[in-house]
Ligand binder design. Structure first.
Ligand SMILES: *Cc1c(COP(=O)(O)O)cnc(C)c1O
Length: 380
């Protein structure tokens, strides 16, 4: 059965056993299941970086707990362990550690929290198949969750899974998983249509017009974007949220996971080209010393005027990304309903106003570097 082969392929990369891999409709659903399995609920607190996707605090609020944010550092795009400690209280049940853009940082320090009985959840949605200090991403925490949305390390159009390291959670997790809704035929059909759009229509020439169309259609719920309209308006669980992965997602995922090692070599090579170029010109870049074994899903770069820079890139036909445009991407107002006051998170506020992401999975890095060379004065 494809489902079993898929789990085994995933498990092999994670240095995990197939039966500890659980599939879900999306990464956020895997996080939600993990929080449930940990018994996290009303009155509990979960610590997370103030530089993430809104679906993360959403899942925390769906179980009734409170998200507690920690500011990130401008050189690593991650939180510092010492800053996390300032927010630990008797209510803290879990800490979410995230490898933003595939980068990870000071993970081993979290061991002492684990020993105190605080759960460590790895948000590896950007980092599947990357390493941190020779350990596969997702191997350290009690659980790790992953995304296979089309922008993530490999795609099943949308999708996610959970890797369970703390097997004492297994009985509760499996009991809770019995509530999973099965995807409908229509869910499967939408996946197939989107798969063919990505495979045959998205190329250099069509990237920008199709991205605009895609955003418009998903905003109006005509196709499945990564977030449904309602999820970025309020932290209330949409109907049909707790859903299993469809057969179409499994087939697409199984095809794409085979290509991953090749893509990863390209990602690493391109990231080092970007670092080399930016360093030479005295611009912000990702230091090789911190990040030599990482995945480089995206290459973050700080620019002076993002709107202008994105505009110029579009004219140059460069596939520039904009993760994250807000501390809880892509929310741009009403932060208080997610218990966030962005004024308390100056680094996240600044990074999310100035970051763009250079593509790492492309063959024509020359073109991107040429573009950067022309616009050096716009780069911080
Ligand atoms: C994409 C993403 C998620 C959620 O993954 P989905 O599969 O879209 O639910 C969670 N955290 C971060 C940091 C992400 O970028």
């Amino acid at each position: 059965m494809k489902e079993i082969s898929y789990k085994l392929e995933i498990a092999k990369i994670l240095d995990q056993q197939g039966h500890n891999v659980y599939l879900y409709h999306k990464g956020r659903v895997a996080l939600f299941a993990a929080l449930r399995a940990m018994g996290i609920s009303e009155g509990d607190e979960v610590i997370l970086p103030a530089y993430t996707c809104v679906v993360v605090p959403n899942a925390i609020k769906y179980v009734g707990a409170k998200p507690i944010y920690v500011d990130v550092q401008p050189d690593t795009y991650s939180v510092r362990y010492e800053d996390v400690l300032k927010y630990i209280s008797t209510k803290t049940k879990a800490v979410i550690v995230q490898n933003t853009y595939g980068l990870y940082w000071d993970l081993e320090k979290y061991r002492s929290l684990k020993e105190k009985g605080i759960f460590i959840i790895e948000d590896c949605t950007h980092g599947f198949s990357g390493f941190y200090n020779d350990i596969p991403n997702g191997k350290f925490g009690d659980v790790a969750f992953f995304s296979t949305q089309w922008n993530k390390p490999f795609s099943s159009v949308i999708g996610g899974f959970l890797s369970l390291n703390n097997t004492s959670l297994k009985p509760v997790l499996e009991e809770y998983n019995k509530n999973l809704e099965q995807p409908s035929l229509f869910d499967g059909l939408q996946i197939s249509v989107q798969y063919y759009i990505h495979k045959y229509l998205l190329n250099d020439a069509t990237y920008w017009p199709l991205i605009r169309l895609y955003r418009l259609l998903s905003k109006h719920n005509i196709i499945r974007g990564s977030s449904q309209g309602a999820e970025i308006e309020s932290p209330i669980m949409p109907l049909g949220f707790f859903k299993y992965m469809s057969k179409s997602q499994i087939s697409v995922g199984l095809k794409n996971i085979q290509k991953l090692s090749g893509v990863n070599l390209l990602r690493k090579k391109n990231a080092s080209l970007y670092t080399l170029f930016l360093k030479q010109h005295g611009k912000n870049h990702i230091p090789e010393t911190y990040f030599k074994n990482h995945l480089f899903l995206k290459y973050p770069l700080l620019v002076k005027d993002r709107a202008l820079f994105m505009n110029l890139a579009e004219k140059f036909n460069i596939k520039l990304g904009d993760w994250f445009t807000s501390p809880i991407h892509p929310v741009s107002k009403g932060y208080e309903i997610w218990d966030l006051d962005i004024e308390n998170y100056p680094n996240a506020k600044k990074l999310s106003a100035h970051v763009v992401n250079l593509p790492t999975d492309i063959d024509n890095t020359d073109k991107v570097i040429k573009f950067l060379g022309i616009h050096l004065h716009l780069i911080e």
